[in-house]
Design a protein around this ligand. Structure first.
Ligand code: M6R
Length: 622
């Protein structure tokens, strides 16, 4: 989704900003723009629909200036047009703004500004912000309310006055032509991090954009403003009082985010799963005691044993991992556990039991709906912990405690290795919790050993993935693909359907196989592809009965089954074997062929694999 990068220092800003934009590309966007303060006291702005490389191609060879802001836009208000690209300028072109987030009261604010004579150049909500700042910067009359008399000519006061009138979410970077070398920033619900260099300072919406330059960072908090210059950052509260801040150090070993020899990040990340899984397990299994220890939770057995129930919250792929995790917690700990879509949970005024435990599961740690759910649980006195990949992300910090899944950088929009590590982290928790209850040392040890061996199972499958191309041929021309599975495999079915939809743009429907006959069966006609996930996990026979029902209607069956299960394989048109695993671990192996199917189908259809249309890596709007 939208990305922000800004720079002030002794170096020429242009190339640094373009490089920064490239590092934000993986988040998904549709246009990009840049504003540089020229030494002559003007703002040089360039915008382009499409990729950052297209913007770079359009830029003049030199745009002199050592301070600037830049943005990748993912359209929310207004179409994908050059006019709607950020940065947006005030009428006199002295102030430039880039914005992540959504201004909810854009309508009334715009109406008042228009009544004052302001002419808007775009359809965006962001343009309201820049005109509002200009309004107060020029010391003009109140917009129907009282104005701070000292706002004129003071950027911080003008910014504060403008922000006080906004409703919604923002991560903002602002430059003024008459304040050379200074970037102003503000955060409310959309992340911003300041990077402290030697005599130079950066600002970004994503720490990933800062790592080539510095690892010393200051995370801005909601409701904060910042003034950034070459010597560092000053932070303020919205009421104008200056605030202290802490300097954090970004992790050194975040991992390799280059493509290497792979043609796409998605394929690279699929193949990284065995190693990512090993990282996630590292130091967390206590095999001899048949348990796991998740230090970041800081929950001892006496606290764990008192938990009445567990709720797992997430969106998209993270939600599918929550479904698997909830099943495992119930199985192993025999307490109620449920998974819920974060955007639903947060807005339905949920009943929160303060004794219970909530998990917010997220790769990016920035998903607005999941972050909103965290806040709602906290407002109601509940205890929520993060299961997060990106260290220091908003969800990780809002939760304070939790489990890092250690997937390393996931650049493809389609999440793959984060899914397997979320599932693994939740299985570790289920094991730890189970051992405070009925789970015996022997049962615990069996699962701990299975987890320890899981990376080699994944490696074995990826070395011999089976007839994926046959499956691709069965789905690429299809009107619709039905995915079926039971128990944890129902979650894998949902994940496989999501992957194929987002990467190949093929309509997919996922159902728990028992539900199929209650409706989706009506979709089947001769040749309809049905992907059935039926590992040998105790539920298989019932799933195979549903498979037969599909076959009886002429459906083409793509079966994911446990190797050696010849009886099951004989029922399929395309049979893809995965290694035998502990039943609770089957999602880790059964998801692999589905990830490869989505990747290969996307490739066959000429899709933009790593940046599918309309999608964003981190969804920072609600
Ligand atoms: O960063 P998160 O894990 O919170 O993201 C949640 C979803 O937006 C994400 O899983 C999305 O569904 C992916 N594109 C799926 O591949």
């Amino acid at each position: 989704m939208c990305g922000i990068i800004a720079y002030t220092g002794p170096r020429q800003a242009l190339n640094l900003l373009v490089d920064g934009l490239h590092r934000l590309e993986y988040r998904g966007y549709d246009s990009a723009g840049i504003a540089v303060q020229s030494p002559k006291g003007q703002l040089h702005v360039e915008k382009q629909v499409g990729r950052v490389t297209e913007l770079a191609r359009k830029l003049p060879a030199k745009v002199p200036g050592t301070c600037g802001i830049a943005h990748t836009r993912w359209a929310t208000h207004g179409g994908v047009t050059t006019e709607n690209c950020h940065p947006h300028l005030d009428a006199l072109e002295r102030i430039a703004v880039v914005h992540n987030g959504i201004i909810e009261n854009m309508g009334p604010l715009k109406a008042r500004l228009v009544a004052e004579g302001v002419r808007f150049r775009s359809e965006t909500d962001t343009e309201v912000i820049v005109h509002l700042i200009a309004h107060f910067y020029d010391g003009m009359g109140a917009l129907g309310d009282s104005v701070s008399p000292d706002a004129a000519g003071d950027p911080v006061v003008a910014l504060r006055s403008a922000l006080a009138r906004l409703r919604g979410t923002w991560g903002l970077a602002v430059i003024f032509a008459d304040h050379p070398g200074v970037v102003f920033a503000a955060r409310n619900g959309s992340p911003l991090v300041v990077g402290l260099g030697e005599g130079e300072t950066f600002l970004a919406s994503d720490p990933h954009a800062l790592t080539p330059h510095t690892r010393r960072v200051v995370f801005l908090h909601d409701g904060e403003l910042a003034r950034i210059d070459t010597s560092g950052v000053q932070t303020y509260r919205l009421d104008g009082a200056s605030k202290s801040h802490t300097v954090d150090t970004l992790e050194q070993e975040w991992g390799d985010s280059s493509l290497g020899e792979f043609p796409h990040y998605m394929l690279k990340e699929i193949h990284e799963q065995p190693e990512a899984l090993r990282q996630c397990l590292s130091g967390r299994l206590v095999v001899e005691e048949g348990t796991a220890r998740l230090g970041g939770l800081d929950l001892g057995p006496r606290e764990l044993v008192r938990l009445p129930h567990v709720t797992l919250l997430g969106c998209g792929t993270a939600f599918h991992a929550c479904l698997v995790g909830a099943g495992a917690i119930e199985q192993l700990a025999r307490i109620p556990a449920r998974a819920e879509i974060a955007s639903e949970h947060r807005l339905r005024n949920p009943v929160i039991d303060p004794e219970a435990l909530f998990f917010a599961v997220s790769q990016s740690g920035e998903t607005a709906d999941t972050l909103g759910a965290v806040k709602e649980v906290q407002v109601k006195g509940g205890q929520v912990m993060g299961v997060v990949n990106v260290v220091g992300s908003s969800i990780a910090r809002a939760c304070g405690r939790g489990v890092y899944i250690h997937s390393g950088p996931e650049m493809a929009v389609a999440s793959t290795k984060a899914f397997s590590n979320m599932v693994t982290a939740l299985l570790l928790f289920a094991l730890q919790l189970g051992r405070t209850r009925a789970l015996s040392p022997l049962q615990g040890r069996e699962l701990a050993v299975a987890l320890q061996d899981a990376p080699s199972l994944l490696r074995a499958y990826l070395a011999q993935p089976g007839p994926i191309e046959d499956a691709v041929r069965a789905v690429i021309g299809a009107k619709m693909v039905l995915f079926l599975g039971r128990g944890a495999s129902a979650a894998v079915a949902a994940e496989g359907a999501l992957k194929l939809m987002e990467v190949a743009y093929i309509p997919c429907v996922a159902y728990p196989s028992g539900e199929m006959k209650h409706g989706p069966i009506a979709l089947l006609e001769p040749g309809s592809p049905v992907v059935v996930i039926a590992p040998d996990d105790g539920l298989k026979d019932k799933t195979l009965s549903n498979l037969q029902e599909c076959r009886a209607r002429g459906a083409r069956i793509i079966l994911i089954y446990t190797e050696g299960d010849h009886e099951a394989a004989a029922l399929a048109d395309v049979a893809i074997a995965v290694p035998r695993s502990h039943p609770l671990l089957s999602p880790l192996v059964t998801v692999l062929p589905l990830q490869l199917l989505a990747y290969r189908a996307g490739l066959a259809l000429g899709r933009d694999i790593d940046r599918p249309r309309n999608l964003a890596k981190s969804v920072t709007v609600e």
